[in-house]
Each structure stands twice: as structure tokens, then as C-alpha cells.
Write a protein that binds this ligand. Structure first.
Ligand code: NDP
Ligand code: GDR
Length: 339
């Protein structure tokens, strides 16, 4: 057969369409709220997902129980350099999402040093692991609107100066800048997503949205009658966690590493949150909510409101769930769970 004739034959599919290799992602904090939604998103996209968990005497797989047959669980701790380096060296991931942290603001006043170790130095340990073992990996750092703290302008965007108001906020500022520094020092693809509050039925019970949705469900079912809260005046830009993990993924698909603010651009107070949640089940929040000084913080962040126009423009990202839909979703989920 002449080579000409052979060239005319249609090539088998495999030869022309090289299969895309499956991407691998490492998620620290996979047992947390965001880790569980991000693992779902990446599995849906065909990634191999490696979830980092720290050793505990009881497992904390409540949020990822339904994913355990598809996520590879590995043990490592943000406090332990060697364990992080081993994970990165063995996995050689395309993407690393650093979601692990001591994430509850009030605890950061009680445990400021530990919060700094996890939430600040933990970022450096993970960046060092990547730099030494697999510098090609793209890195996402879970930065926070708490870095804006006593905000010097409203709304807050990527260029707004930081003024953190808690040991947690201070630790996140360190995590943000060390990420920027590794990008600029070593040319690593490292980005910081400055995410505003995002919630879901998987939110920890101590955070105010979930504390309220859980209490409302208990009251509706006759299991409780009172809810004690701190500052009702503080304003937050609350969105739905599943929307926000999509923004994280989009940040790692860009041609150049860049930092982005992510939020809805709408602010509500804790009072508004109470009105929406109690109102959803036909209760009057004013009859049930008591202000309790135990829940008032030593220093408060009064108003957080995102200007996410860079994320909208460059990532094509937009929130899909409104504040009202979010609150109703959380109350309904707690009603179902407790009924
Ligand atoms: P969660 O508190 O729900 O999850 C935190 C995760 O970190 C858990 O999986 C926890 O594991 C893990 N973790 C804590 N300490 C360590 C450690 N030393 N080593 C390894 N893992 C550890 O947080 P979210 O999912 O809400 O938030 C994810 C990230 O995003 C956090 O960094 C948070 O600070 C940040 N963030 C969150 C926002 C939000 O509104 N949710 C907004 C902006 C930023 P374990 O289950 O064992 O406790
Ligand atoms: P935040 O979330 O501190 O913004 O951090 P949280 O839900 O704890 O507080 C929001 C606001 O509500 C006020 N508040 C109360 N908060 C709690 N937890 N409990 C109460 O009883 C109560 N009463 C009033 C608070 O004073 C505050 O103003 C969250 C975390 O997920 C961080 O990890 C993340 O970085 C930021 O969001 C963005």
C-alpha cells in the first residue's frame, strides 16, 4: 500500500483526539463546609480529588460521607511541615486549595497563638511544600473579607487597604500576603480569593446564620423558645457556599494568577437575618431574640459589602442564590433534620 493511500484513510479516533489526562486536586479542610462543596464540584468536573484531614480520635466526615468512595483521604496537618510535603510530593497535583483554618472569629481571641499557627503559618508550610515538591501546582488561598475589618471604604474591592479586627483577621492578612509573596518571589501560580461570608445547610452551628436557622427550626417544632445573640447591627454580605467554591475553581483556570474579591454586593444586618428566618415560618423574631453580652466581640466588624466586579468581569462569576433563598434553604434544611 502506498503511503499516499494510507494517508487518505480516516485515522482512528484515539490518534486524533488525545484524551485529556485527568486533573488532580488536593483540598485541605475537605471536612469543612467549603471543602465538601468544592470536592463535589471537582468530582463533577472529572478531577481526582485528594482530601487532607487531620488525625482525630473521632472522624469528622459528616459533610463528606456521601463522597468517601470517590475522594482519596490522606492525613496531614497544617502544623506539620513534613506531612504536607509528603502529600504534595506523592500527589503531584495540578491544583491545591488551602481551605483548612481555625475559621471561627471568636475562638481566635481565646486561642490567638494556635489561630496564627493554623491560619497564618499553615499557609507558609503548604506553600513551602509546593515550592519544594511540585512547584507547577496552582495554589488557591482561602482569604477573607475579615481582612478589611474596620473597613476604610465601602464597598470593599481588591485594592481596599486591610484593617483586621481579630486575631483571625490578622492571621488571614498574613496568609494573603505570603501567597502574594510566593507568587512574586518564585513565579508560582498562587492566588488569594477574598471571599465574603458564605453559608449553607452545612455551615457550622456556631456561625450566626446557622445558629439562627437551627433555633428557628427548633422553635417551630416546639423544642425551644429563645435565641440569645450578640450584636444585631452588624452588616454582612452573605452568599451561598456552593456558588463560592465555583469562583475558587475559576480563579485557578485563568491565564495569569490574580487575586479576586467574591461576594453578592448586597448587605444585610443580623437583625434582617432574624426577620427573614423567623418570618419564613410565621414567627415574630422580636418575641424570641435576646441580646446577650457573652456573644458581643471585643472588637467588631460593622459593615462588609463586596464589590466583586473584577470577578464578574474576568471570571464570568455571578451568585445564583439570593439572601432570602439562602435563609429559607437553611431553615428548611434544619426543619427537615430536626423533625
Ligand atoms: P470550616 O470551619 O467549616 O472548615 C475548616 C476546615 O479546616 C475543617 O475541615 C477543619 O478540619 C480544617 N482544619 C482546621 N485546622 C486544621 C489543621 N491544623 N490541619 C488540617 N486541617 C485543619 O470553614 P469553611 O469551610 O467555612 O471555610 C473554608 C476556608 O475559607 C477557611 O480557611 C475559612 O477561614 C475561609 N473563609 C471562609 C468564609 C466563609 O464565609 N465560610 C469566608 C472567607 C474565608 P476538622 O473537620 O478536623 O475540624
Ligand atoms: P464572621 O461570621 O465573624 O463574619 O466570620 P459569624 O457568623 O460568626 O458572625 C457574623 C456577624 O454576626 C454577629 N453575631 C453573632 N455571631 C455569632 N457567631 N454568634 C452570635 O450569637 C452572634 N450575634 C451576632 C457577629 O458579631 C458578626 O458581626 C465568618 C467566618 O466564616 C470566617 O471564617 C470568614 O472569614 C468570614 O465569615 C468572612
Amino acid at each position: 500500500m502506498s503511503s499516499k493511500g494510507a494517508a487518505k484513510r480516516p485515522k482512528p479516533k484515539q490518534a486524533t483526539q488525545a484524551r485529556q489526562p485527568r486533573k488532580t486536586a488536593v483540598i485541605t479542610g475537605v471536612t469543612g463546609q467549603d471543602g465538601s462543596y468544592l470536592a463535589e464540584l471537582l468530582l463533577d468536573k472529572g478531577y481526582e480529588v485528594i482530601g487532607v484531614v487531620r488525625r482525630t480520635s473521632h472522624d469528622s466526615y459528616e459533610r463528606i460521607g456521601h463522597l468517601l468512595d470517590r475522594v482519596h483521604i490522606v492525613a496531614a496537618d497544617l502544623l506539620d511541615q513534613h506531612s504536607l510535603t509528603t502529600v504534595i510530593r506523592d500527589a503531584k497535583p495540578d491544583e491545591v486549595y488551602n481551605l483548612a483554618a481555625q475559621s471561627f472569629v471568636p475562638t481566635s481571641w481565646n486561642q490567638p497563638v494556635l489561630t496564627g499557627e493554623f491560619t497564618a503559618l499553615g499557609v507558609t508550610r503548604l506553600l513551602e511544600a509546593i515550592r519544594l515538591a511540585h512547584p507547577e501546582a496552582r495554589f488557591y488561598q482561602a482569604s477573607s473579607s475579615e481582612m478589611f475589618g474596620k473597613a476604610v471604604e465601602t464597598p470593599q474591592r481588591e485594592t481596599t487597604p486591610f484593617y483586621p479586627r481579630s486575631p483571625y483577621g490578622v492571621a488571614k492578612v498574613y496568609g494573603h500576603w505570603i501567597t502574594v509573596n510566593y507568587r512574586e518571589s518564585y513565579g508560582m501560580y498562587a492566588v488569594s480569593g477574598i471571599l465574603f461570608n458564605h453559608e449553607s445547610p452545612r455551615r457550622g452551628l456556631e456561625f450566626v446564620t446557622r445558629k439562627v436557622s437551627d433555633a428557628v427550626a427548633r422553635m417551630k417544632l416546639g423544642k425551644a423558645n429563645e435565641l440569645r445573640l450578640g450584636n444585631l447591627d452588624s452588616g454582612r454580605d452573605w452568599g451561598f457556599a456552593a456558588d463560592y467554591v465555583d469562583a475558587m475553581w475559576r480563579m485557578l483556570q485563568q491565564p495569569k494568577p490574580k487575586d479576586y474579591v467574591v461576594g453578592t454586593g448586597k448587605m444585610h444586618t443580623v437583625r434582617d437575618l432574624c426577620a427573614a428566618a423567623f418570618g419564613h415560618v410565621g414567627l415574630d423574631w422580636k418575641k424570641h431574640v435576646q441580646v446577650d453580652s457573652r456573644f458581643v466581640r471585643p472588637a467588631e466588624v460593622d459593615t462588609l459589602l463586596a464589590d466583586a466586579s473584577r470577578a464578574r468581569r474576568e471570571l464570568g462569576w455571578a451568585p445564583q442564590v439570593s439572601f432570602e433563598q439562602l435563609v429559607q434553604m437553611m431553615v428548611d434544611a434544619d426543619l427537615e433534620r430536626l423533625a
